[in-house]
Design a protein around this ligand. Structure first.
Ligand SMILES: Cc1cc2nc3c(=O)[nH]c(=O)nc-3n(C[C@H](O)[C@H](O)[C@H](O)COP(=O)(O)OP(=O)(O)OC[C@H]3O[C@@H](n4cnc5c(N)ncnc54)[C@H](O)[C@@H]3O)c2cc1C
Length: 327
């Protein structure tokens, strides 16, 4: 990929202060602890740095892959040799606006955002305190838990739109949030830069207590002691993925280093040395067995990279609209 190499050289010359990892193992940037080397991973320290890199990539007709905290992605064993990745993890400005809303940049951890809301007596983000992702990744996925979703708290989102190299502010409605989905997922080229959250006033102590309770519940039920990417599959309408997997007798089922968690069947965990191949094989097996057992098709919740990987090549034969299509 000559073009990528030229672009990397130009970025190094034009932005000498930029933190740029080359041939960086993605296992170090993934909560799953899985993934081979990415050719380049840039970590801009502010929004200006982010837009400068995007501009240089666009000049060479390259589109970056955007990374948040890497808590919902399975990176491939063979790495990402042709991709330029940008992490928004260092965009961490967080403050209260004069009208009482919260401004948060994309890299702010959701736990920090929830803690900040609590300290300022603002309720509605207690559910997010235990989600290990960032604001950017959370909005991309419309992350949620215990009856709450980020869409309930967000007022507007600013994106850097790669095709036009322009910043846009989207209202909550324009973000078209749905269950673990958003406008950003369906529109290639959106880099989430920041968001405004509008919350109701509440009692800081009661908010802290709710957060403590939910985190306790999480620790009790979820295999937080092992690397994972959270829930492996989305909740199918009318069912719970974990219950379907458990009913199919798959708790503890293991392929290589990847295992259906014995604590919570909805999680695929890395019990040591798991490869991306192990996880893919295990997920294919789960889909086949659950379909055999319950005639329900499970769709992955985590992002499987590279994006053209097609689970259905090995999965149950079902009508196309029910099957994850790789987007
Ligand atoms: C132990 C554990 C528990 C979890 N519990 C929950 C839970 O309760 N509820 C829940 O919803 N999820 C949960 N997750 C999954 C995950 O934390 C969420 O999906 C989270 O929102 C992902 O955020 P991230 O910053 O890690 O995104 P990443 O994993 O880095 O990225 C996820 C997607 O967002 C994109 N993205 C990231 N940042 C940006 C940006 N700034 N602009 C554009 N695109 C971006 C990436 O390209 C990718 O497509 C859990 C994961 C783990 C490991």
């Amino acid at each position: 990929m000559e073009n990528l190499e030229l672009t990397i050289q130009e970025i190094k010359q034009e932005l000498p202060g930029l933190k740029l990892y080359e041939n960086e193992p993605m296992s170090a940037h993934s909560s799953f602890r899985i993934g081979g080397p990415a050719r380049a991973l840039a970590v801009p320290q502010d929004v200006t740095g982010l837009t400068k890199i995007c501009y240089l990539l666009k000049k060479h007709e390259l589109a970056p892959y955007i990374l948040g905290n890497g808590t919902n992605i399975l990176f491939p064993d063979e790495g990402l040799k042709d991709l330029f990745l940008i992490s928004t993890g260092k965009l961490t400005k967080l403050f209260l606006l004069p009208d009482g809303a919260i401004y948060a940049e994309a890299g702010v951890p959701l736990a920090r955002l929830a803690g900040f809301a609590q300290q300022n007596g603002l309720q509605g983000l207690e559910f997010a305190a235990g989600i290990p992702g960032s604001v950017g990744g959370g909005l991309m996925m419309n992350a949620g838990a215990y009856g709450g979703e980020l869409k309930d708290a967000v007022e507007s989102v600013v994106i850097h739109f790669l095709p036009e190299q322009a910043l846009y502010e989207l209202t909550k409605e324009q973000c078209a949030f749905g269950y673990r989905s958003s406008f950003f997922q369906k529109t290639p080229g959106c880099v989430i830069v920041s968001a405004v959250f509008r919350l109701e006033k509440g009692d800081p102590q009661a908010i802290a207590e709710k957060m403590r309770e939910l985190n306790e519940k999480r620790r009790e039920k979820q295999p937080l002691e092992l690397p994972s990417a959270g829930s492996a599959f989305k909740r199918p309408e009318g069912y719970f993925a974990a219950a379907l997997i458990d009913e199919a007798g798959l708790k503890g089922f293991t392929v290589g280093g990847a295992q259906v968690s014995e604590k919570h069947a909805g999680f695929v965990v890395n019990i040591g040395g798991a490869t991306s191949h192990d996880v893919h094989e295990l997920m294919k097996h789960i889909r086949r067995e659950v379909y055999e057992h319950s005639k329900v098709v499970l769709e992955p919740e985590m992002i499987l990279l590279p994006p053209d990987y097609r689970l259905e090549d090995h999965g149950p034969q079902v009508p196309l609209h029910r099957v994850w299509d790789g987007e």
